[in-house]
Ligand binder design. Structure first.
Ligand code: KIV
Length: 264
C-alpha cells in the first residue's frame, strides 16, 4: 500500500470513509499507523490532554514541533497533520508561512491544520502555493474560545448554516485538501459534504461526513476532563492504568515485586 498523502486523502472523497484520530507521541503514533488510520492529527488538544493546560490557547510552536517530530518517527503510512497553535498564524501571513514551514521542514509533517473560514483564504492560498498542504477547520473553532465564550454547537439557524457552507466553499477554493467540521447539526455537515469536492472530516458533525476524527485520549478513556456528547469510548485505559499503578505499589510495599524471575 502506498503511504497516505494530502493528495491521496483528497482523492478518497466518495470512495472510502476516512477514520482519523489524534496522536501525540511515538508509541501511540505507531499503534495508530499499524491500525491503518490514514490521517493522524497532532492536534493542539494535546495542550489539554497531554500538557494539562485548561484549554488549547497556551500551547507553543516549540511544544507542537516536539510532539509532531515524535509522531512522525512512529509513522510509516499515515499522513501526519500538525495543528498550527494559537497565534502561530494569526498575526501575519509571513509569520504563518514561516511557522507552517517549520512543521513541514523541521518536523517532517505532511500538512498543517488551520482554524477559520473564508477570512483565511489569502493565507491558505499562500501556503498551498508554497507547497504546504492545508487541512481546514470550521464550525466550533476552539482557538476562538475567548471570543465565542464557550464550546458550543455552530450553525444552528439557517443564516449560520449558510455562513458555514460559504466558509467551506471558500476553503475549497483556497486549496485545502480536506475540511474538519466540528460541532454542527448533522444536516448542515451533510449539506456541506454534498457541496464541496474535498473530503469533510467530522467531529460532532454526524454520519454524513466523508470521514470522522476524535481525540485519541477520549477514545481510549485517558482524559478525565469534560467528555463531549459526540465522543465514543472504545477503551477504559485510564482505569486500567490506575489499577496497574495501584497493583505495582502494593507489590513493592508487600514484597511481591521484584520476584525471583526479575532478579539477575
Ligand atoms: O486539536 C484537535 O484535537 C482538533 C481535532 C479535535 C479536530 O483540532
Amino acid at each position: 500500500m502506498t503511504a497516505w498523502t494530502a493528495a491521496k486523502i483528497r482523492a478518497a472523497k466518495g470512495k472510502e470513509k476516512l477514520p482519523c484520530l489524534t496522536g501525540f507521541d511515538f508509541a501511540s503514533a505507531r499503534l495508530l499507523d499499524e491500525a491503518g488510520i490514514p490521517l493522524i492529527l497532532v492536534g493542539d488538544s494535546l495542550a489539554m490532554t497531554v500538557l494539562g493546560y485548561p484549554d488549547t490557547l497556551p500551547v507553543t510552536m516549540d511544544e507542537m514541533l516536539h510532539h509532531t517530530r515524535a509522531v512522525v518517527r512512529g509513522v510509516k503510512q499515515a499522513l501526519v497533520v500538525a495543528d498550527m497553535p494559537f497565534m502561530s498564524y494569526q498575526a501575519s501571513v509571513d509569520e504563518a508561512v514561516a511557522n507552517a514551514g517549520r512543521f513541514v521542514k523541521d518536523a517532517r509533517a505532511g500538512a498543517v491544520k488551520i482554524e477559520g473560514g473564508a477570512f483565511r483564504k489569502p493565507l491558505i492560498e499562500t501556503l498551498v502555493r508554497n507547497g504546504i498542504p492545508v487541512l481546514g477547520h470550521i464550525g466550533l473553532t476552539p482557538q476562538s474560545l475567548r471570543e465565542i465564550g464557550g464550546y458550543k454547537v455552530e450553525g444552528r439557524n439557517a443564516r449560520a448554516a449558510e455562513l458555514l457552507l460559504e466558509d467551506a466553499r471558500a476553503l475549497e477554493a483556497a486549496g485545502v485538501f480536506a475540511i474538519v467540521l466540528e460541532c454542527m447539526p448533522s444536516a448542515v455537515a451533510t449539506g456541506i459534504t454534498a457541496t464541496v469536492g474535498v473530503p469533510t472530516i467530522g467531529i460532532g458533525a454526524g454520519p454524513g461526513c466523508d470521514g470522522q476524527i476524535l481525540v485519541s485520549h477520549d477514545v481510549l478513556g485517558l482524559f478525565s476532563g469534560f467528555t463531549p456528547k459526540f465522543v465514543k469510548r472504545y477503551a477504559e485505559l485510564g482505569k486500567g492504568m490506575a489499577a496497574a499503578f495501584a497493583a505495582y505499589k502494593q507489590d513493592v510495599q508487600g514484597g511481591a515485586f521484584p520476584a525471583a524471575e526479575h532478579e539477575y
